[in-house]
Design a binder for this molecule. Structure first.
Ligand code: KG4
Ligand code: ZN
Length: 338
């Protein structure tokens, strides 16, 4: 592959319209993100029809800005999992850009994108994919729609160990934030409030689902709602700190159970919830204790973005000799081995 091989990545699976340019050496040339949070916040969640329309309105402008005057050699787009309307907009935009430039189009799994985003690091003010993953690897994807734990034997060799049975970790933050009137999305305000609280003041359950690598967060959220129902004089900061500790301790404990079972050398933590400070601190400290390398996605690339889609396609081209040319969208796409 030529050093200046450049790939355009397009992301439209949920509520971010994004496009990015990535070079074969891992340099992120551009990453334009248009978030729809202002549209969805009054509903305290993403409204699919409004999301599709907003993607359709913005995608051309976002792609044009990301492209600038650069040449491209391929286009990648997130073909699933995600909201069907957004996925269709992403596919059309990708095919149009590829047809204009006469280059191939590749469909990419959005969750694989979140994992590969853990390779990015800041190098002289620019993001570059330099923190390469080591195998065996345990991947934890934690976002508003997903909580999944994978055993990754090598590039492209995935085994899903478990996922959430009910709410995703980010969804639990969003719901608790709504209960407390702290706004949407819930992760940032709940974790900010938690800074002033005592995590041990209120003990919420840690749903360990013994004998499995599955998660369940709806019980913690329900415990918070019962606590609020039964206590008139609450300390919001203590509620947030107690809730956050319950979620984070559960995520860290289950990840390290998987590390132990699969003798992993490396952990990758991606998705919107990977921006959480307590999760970053606890996972990193435990990694040091147990001599396991921990890759967190940089905060700026933790939410959905085109950079991670471009990088996932680039890694497939590099390590599998080709990317998945399947352009069919799949709202329920599961991660699968190359
Ligand atoms: O990956 P993402 O941008 O979108 C999905 O694919 O879902 O993740 C968004 C989720 C939201 O639920 C949001 O509340 C959560 O990530 N989040 C956080 C933090 N920042 C964002 N959760 C906990 N702590 C944070 N600091
Ligand atoms: Zn995502």
């Amino acid at each position: 592959m030529e050093k200046d091989f450049t790939i355009l990545g397009i992301e439209t699976t949920c509520d971010e319209t994004s496009a990015a340019l990535l070079r074969a050496d891992g340099t992120l040339v551009s990453n334009v993100v248009h978030t729809q949070i202002d549209i969805h916040k009054k509903y305290c969640g993403v409204v699919p029809e409004l999301a599709s329309r907003a993607h359709a309105v913005k995608v051309a402008e976002v792609v044009k800005e990301a492209l600038g005057d650069n040449k491209i050699d391929a286009v990648a787009f997130a073909s699933g999992p995600g909201l069907p309307g957004g996925l269709m907009v992403g596919r059309i935009a990708a095919e149009a850009a590829a047809a204009l430039r006469n280059v191939p189009v590749y469909g990419v799994n959005h969750l694989e994108g979140h994992m590969f985003a853990c390779e990015f690091d800041k190098v002289e003010d620019k993001f570059k994919a330099v923190k390469t993953l080591e195998f065996p690897l345990i991947t934890l994807i934690v976002s508003g729609g997903h909580t999944e734990l994978w055993h990754v034997k090598n590039y492209g060799q995935y085994k899903i160990l478990g996922r959430t049975r009910d709410d995703a970790a980010g969804e639990a933050f969003d719901k608790v934030s709504k209960l407390l009137g702290l706004g949407y999305p819930g992760g940032p305000p709940v974790s900010r409030e938690a800074l002033n609280g005592n995590p041990a003041a209120i003990k919420f359950p840690r749903p360990m689902m013994p004998g499995t690598f599955e998660f369940s967060f709806s019980g913690i959220k329900t415990a918070v709602s019962y606590y609020l129902r039964d206590h008139k004089d609450i300390n919001k900061a203590d509620v947030c700190a107690g809730f956050q500790a319950a979620v984070v301790e559960t995520l860290v404990a289950k990840t390290f159970e998987a590390v132990k079972k699969y003798k992993a050398k490396n952990i990758a933590v991606g998705g919107g919830v990977a921006a959480n400070d307590m999760l970053r601190q606890m996972m990193t400290a435990r990694g040091v204790e147990e001599n396991v390398k921990v890759n967190f996605v940089p905060r700026a690339l933790s939410a959905d973005n085109g950079a991670m889609i471009a990088l996932a396609a680039l890694r497939k081209i590099m390590y599998a000799g080709k990317a998945d040319a399947n352009k069919k969208i799949n709202p329920n796409m599961k991660v699968k081995s190359w």
